[in-house]
Design a protein around this ligand. Structure first.
Ligand SMILES: *[C@@H]1O[C@H](CO)[C@@H](O)[C@H](O)[C@H]1NC(C)=O
Ligand SMILES: *[C@@H]1O[C@H](CO)[C@@H](O)[C@H](O)[C@H]1NC(C)=O
Ligand SMILES: *[C@@H]1O[C@H](CO)[C@@H](O)[C@H](O)[C@H]1NC(C)=O
Ligand SMILES: *[C@@H]1O[C@H](CO)[C@@H](O)[C@H](O)[C@H]1NC(C)=O
Ligand SMILES: *[C@@H]1O[C@H](CO)[C@@H](O)[C@H](O)[C@H]1NC(C)=O
Ligand SMILES: *[C@@H]1O[C@H](CO)[C@@H](O)[C@H](O)[C@H]1NC(C)=O
Ligand SMILES: *[C@@H]1O[C@H](CO)[C@@H](O)[C@H](O)[C@H]1NC(C)=O
Ligand SMILES: *[C@@H]1O[C@H](CO)[C@@H](O)[C@H](O)[C@H]1NC(C)=O
Length: 905
């Protein structure tokens, strides 16, 4: 019982300490470089344990109700205090007293409702005060009077009904004042007079329901450079009134977006004629009609935004007077054909003729029916023309289409998404300055003869991607040798293997995109001469065959000569083979993408020349092993590696080196723990390769060597022992023979005449009768034959041993008559046989003939006489036949053996 209790107590104590640990760590602010970030910590009090030298304190998104000045005593170095998104309802003046250096105070999204004259009395160094989204409905007296250095004051999203923030002149340095999203209904002179010394770059009054501009209201402000009145239901009349009030102010930037200005008259902007207005935003106004000369009062305007309106007709005097406009945004400017009743917008010729200084014209996303012959006439400074998705359809670009741009120094023409289906010869002949031509995402389907690009002498980039089909020829790009970037992605490129190559004249090309074309045939010369090419995109084609060994004519080395290539994309080409030399010339390559192919085994050293490789992608192939031979060199300087989703073989030989390398590298390898899984062996299937235990492979190399050495030694030993046991005689025998030969003992054969006998017959004494009978009969049959038979031919009285030696010397051959008797005959065994063999070795092996009268096993022969059948040639081994009728055959064989030349082996 007691034990359980104490156990429980310690358990809960542990839980408690864990909880306190969690609590305290949850409240810990992140501190770095004098910045304390205490946001999102559910704080109800200001932390008192932060370093005293912090200059930025972020207390946003907590549950603070107050900012007690005493709590800030220790943070006197604060420059920025962000207390946004809390429930602060009261601000004490002493706060700034404790923070004399405070420059930025942010109290947005709190519950402040009242600001007194004292609130900011000590905040003299404050430059920014954010009080957006509080509940301040009325400013009484002069709470901001002491903020002499304030530059930015944000009071948006409060319930203010007046612009009046004070009764006397103040805020001399204020530049930005936001009163957006309040309940201000009128701008009155007396309510803005407190700004009489200020010069505002932006007075933000958007999203108020302003209905009244009283006389002289803007003149009450010291200087007004910028005014935003977006999202106010002004309408044409109030805008006209507003402009009159702005007359003779220093207004420079006016934003009237979404103000229901659905039409302009020739009086709307009349008041602005006495200003230097340079930026005007009239976007999102449903502007339907621009009366002639409406903008005639804006000669200083440079940036004019008219996007998202609803214009049906543009006439030659619509833009009259905009002599200084540099940038004109007409995106979605014209009426969209939303209902069947609405007519397509009408653009008269010469509509832009006044815009002499216009440099950038954006007409994207419109429904213009077509290009008229003088549509762009007069745009003498135009450099950028954005016509993406501008026309309902622009089926054919003829040599007249862009004639109105003949005098524009156009650098960029964007014609994407216009349903263009054909480019005729000379379509761009007018655009001699053009550098960038974007014809992507259209429906072009044609043969490119090259004449399409007539006159584009300065072109740098042609973007033709995403079209229906392009049939190439040798001259397709012959007229544009200045081209540096050519994009031909997903254009059903046909005929790329023509010779000479369609790209042969593009010596300046740095980027070529031929991806997504299902190209299967290209030749080795396609990219020849493109020495400056840096980026080559060939992904999503069908080039696998070109690199197969079995390809008729061998592998096609289409990458050779691209010495400056930096980025090569070969994804999704079905490659299952790569020739070893294919990347040899690409020594500047920084990125190779070979992902989504069928590569299994890469040839060793294939990446050896890619010493500056930074990115290698081999994801989704069939690679099983990652070996040092292949990947060592390219991995050296790699920054990004992607080999996800390969069926790795997690054995020491296949993966150990890779697993080791991963451990020590700084290369980015994303998805390492999820997407690099072992496929084999079975017990590791599905296991991340990062969990592969390299230590089991550590000493495998020396161990293997040791293993091989020991096994070999052991095997050699066994073989030697076995050999010595079973064939030792043979070895020592042939050894002796060889020594004799090497030492130069001559064959004795040629001195045949020195032999007295044809053969010396060695036999057991007991067999003398048989020998006598058979050998003398042979001598009778052949007079030239003369055997040395001991009993007959030995000189009487001669010492027997000496006689034997002499006789053997004088005999050409030696015949052993092998019987059981011979094996037991002592003299034969000890002396004759030894001597005979000695002589045989000295002379020759053929000189011995064995005649078996009975069957004697080899081991017995060896045991008794140290002879084996294997020492002699088969013709020198004879057996006495049992059958009588074969006797003559035996004789014949013996004669052959006797006549045979003495030669070794
Ligand atoms: C700020 O104070 C902390 C200790 O409170 C100290 O470690 C740090 O070096 C100080 N930083 C500077 C810039 O003085
Ligand atoms: C304070 O933190 C919030 C949220 O993390 C962030 O949006 C805000 O910009 C920060 N304030 C300052 C002054 O850095
Ligand atoms: C903050 O100040 C209040 C008194 O104004 C005090 O009771 C409290 O302990 C202080 N908190 C910290 C964290 O200093
Ligand atoms: C404003 O800051 C400066 C240092 O930047 C300091 O010398 C001065 O006393 C501060 N002013 C006030 C009113 O605290
Ligand atoms: C417009 O600018 C000119 C010189 O840039 C200046 O002389 C003139 O006073 C300005 N007009 C207004 C109304 O500010
Ligand atoms: C404005 O247009 C009307 C005709 O619609 C014309 O009578 C009047 O003179 C024009 N006003 C100015 C200032 O051009
Ligand atoms: C435009 O092409 C037509 C034939 O299609 C030709 O008659 C005419 O001369 C060409 N115009 C120019 C300016 O090249
Ligand atoms: C052409 O315009 C389209 C649509 O705005 C844009 O995506 C594309 O990048 C532009 N082309 C060029 C070359 O700027």
């Amino acid at each position: 019982m007691r034990q359980t209790l104490s156990y429980r107590i310690s358990f809960f104590a542990g839980l408690l300490s864990l909880w306190t640990l969690c609590q305290s760590s949850a409240n810990r602010c992140a501190i770095s470089y004098e910045v304390a970030d205490c946001s999102h910590l559910k704080l109800t009090q200001v932390p008192d344990d932060l370093p005293t030298n912090i200059t930025v304190l972020n207390l946003t998104h907590n549950q603070l109700r107050r900012l007690p000045p005493a709590n800030f005593t220790r943070y006197s170095q604060l420059r920025i205090l962000d207390g946004g998104f809390n429930s602060i309802s009261k601000l004490e003046s002493e706060l700034c007293q404790k923070l004399p250096l405070l420059q930025v105070l942010n109290l947005q999204h709190n519950e402040l409702s009242h600001l007194s004259d004292k609130t900011f009395i000590f905040c003299r160094n404050l430059t920014e005060l954010h009080l957006m989204s509080n509940s301040i409905q009325k400013i009484q007296n002069n709470p901001f009077k002491d903020l002499k250095n304030l530059i930015k004051l944000d009071l948006a999203h409060n319930g203010l009904s007046s612009t009046k923030l004070g009764t006397e002149l103040q805020l001399p340095h204020l530049h930005e004042l936001s009163l957006a999203n309040n309940k201000i209904r009128a701008l009155r002179r007396e309510e803005l007079e407190f700004l009489g010394n200020s010069s505002l770059t932006n007075l933000e009054l958007s999203s108020n329901q302003i209905k009244e501009f009283s006389p002289g209201c803007f003149h009450a402000i010291g200087k007004l450079f910028g005014l935003s009145l977006n999202n106010a239901q002004l309408g044409p009349n109030l805008v006209e009134k507003l402009c009159l009030e702005l007359a003779n102010t220093s207004i420079w930037h006016l934003s009237l977006s979404n103000t229901q200005l659905y039409r302009t008259s020739n009086m709307t902007f009349f008041g602005l004629k006495e200003t230097n207005l340079t930026m005007l935003d009239l976007s999102y106004n449903s502007l339907n009609m621009i009366t002639n000369d409406s903008f005639a009062w804006l000669p200083h305007l440079k940036y004019f935004n008219l996007e998202y309106n609803n214009i049906e007709h543009l006439s030659s005097r619509s833009f009259y007077g905009l002599f200084n406009v540099r940038y004109l945004n007409l995106k979605r400017f014209f009426a969209k054909q939303s209902t069947s009743l609405a007519a397509l917008p009408k653009i008269d010729d010469f509509s832009f003729q006044c815009l002499k200084y216009l440099e950038d014209l954006n007409m994207e996303d419109n429904n213009i029916p077509g290009i008229k012959s003088n549509m762009f006439t007069g745009l003498r400074s135009l450099k950028y023309l954005r016509l993406s998705s501008s026309f309902t359809s622009l089926p054919v670009l003829t040599n007249e289409t862009f004639s109105s741009l003949a005098h524009s120094p156009l650098l960029m023409l964007n014609l994407t998404r216009n349903k263009i289906s054909k480019i005729e010869s000379g379509a761009f002949i007018w655009l001699g300055h053009l550098q960038i031509l974007d014809l992507g995402i259209n429906e072009i389907g044609q043969e490119l003869t090259g004449q399409e690009w007539q006159g584009l002498g300065n072109i740098i980039e042609i973007y033709l991607s995403f079209n229906r089909y392009l049939q190439l020829s040798s001259n397709s790009f012959a007229l544009v040798p200045s081209l540096r970037r050519l994009m031909l992605r997903r254009v059903a490129c046909r005929n790329v293997d023509v010779s000479p190559s369609p790209f042969h004249s593009l010596h300046n090309l740095t980027v070529l995109d031929l991806s997504n074309n299902n190209i299967a045939n290209i030749n080795e010369a396609m990219l020849e001469g493109l020495g400056k090419l840096e980026i080559l995109d060939l992904q999503h084609n069908n080039l696998a065959r070109l690199w197969k060994r079995a390809n008729p004519g061998g592998a096609v080395y289409f990458l050779k000569s691209l010495r400056h290539l930096h980025i090569l994309n070969l994804q999704s080409n079905g490659f299952d083979e790569i020739p070893e030399e294919v990347f040899k010339d690409l020594s500047e390559l920084k990125s190779i993408d070979l992902g989504l192919n069928n590569l299994n085994i890469l040839p060793p050293f294939i990446f050896d020349h890619q010493i500056s490789l930074k990115s290698l992608n081999l994801q989704k192939n069939l690679i099983t092993s990652v070996e040092k031979d292949i990947f060592g060199p390219p991995f050296k300087n790699l920054v990004n590696l992607d080999m996800r989703f390969n069926p790795f073989d997690c054995t020491c030989e296949s993966i150990a080196w890779f697993a080791n390398w991963i451990n020590g590298t700084h290369t980015n390898i994303s998805g390492l723990s999820d997407d690099y899984l072992c496929n084999t062996p079975a017990q590791y299937h599905g296991v991340p390769i990062t969990l592969f235990d390299v230590s089991t492979c550590k000493d495998s190399a020396p161990f293997q060597l040791l293993f091989i050495l020991t096994t070999t030694t052991l095997l050699l030993f066994i073989v030697t022992v076995l050999l010595a046991h079973f064939e030792g005689w043979r070895i020592s025998f042939y050894w002796k023979v060889s020594v004799h030969r090497i030492l130069g003992f001559k064959e004795v054969d040629n001195k045949a005449e020195q032999f007295e006998y044809a053969a010396y017959v060695i036999h057991a004494h007991k067999d003398k009768d048989w020998v006598w009978q058979h050998f003398s009969s042979m001598e009778e049959n052949d007079p030239s034959l003369k055997f040395c038979l001991e009993e007959r031919d030995f000189e009487a009285g001669a010492l027997e041993l000496e006689a034997i030696v002499n006789s053997i010397r004088r005999s050409r051959k030696i015949i052993f008559v092998v019987t059981q008797n011979l094996l037991q005959d002592l003299l034969c065994k000890r002396f004759k046989v030894h001597h005979a063999v000695q002589q045989a070795i000295e002379q020759n092996l053929d000189s011995i003939i064995l005649v078996f009268l009975e069957e004697i096993p080899d081991y017995k022969l060896n045991h008794a006489l140290c002879l084996r059948r294997g020492m002699f040639k088969s013709r020198c081994i004879l057996s006495w036949p049992v059958q009588k009728e074969r006797t003559s055959a035996f004789h014949h064989k013996l004669q052959v053996a006797l006549g045979s030349r003495n030669s070794v082996l």
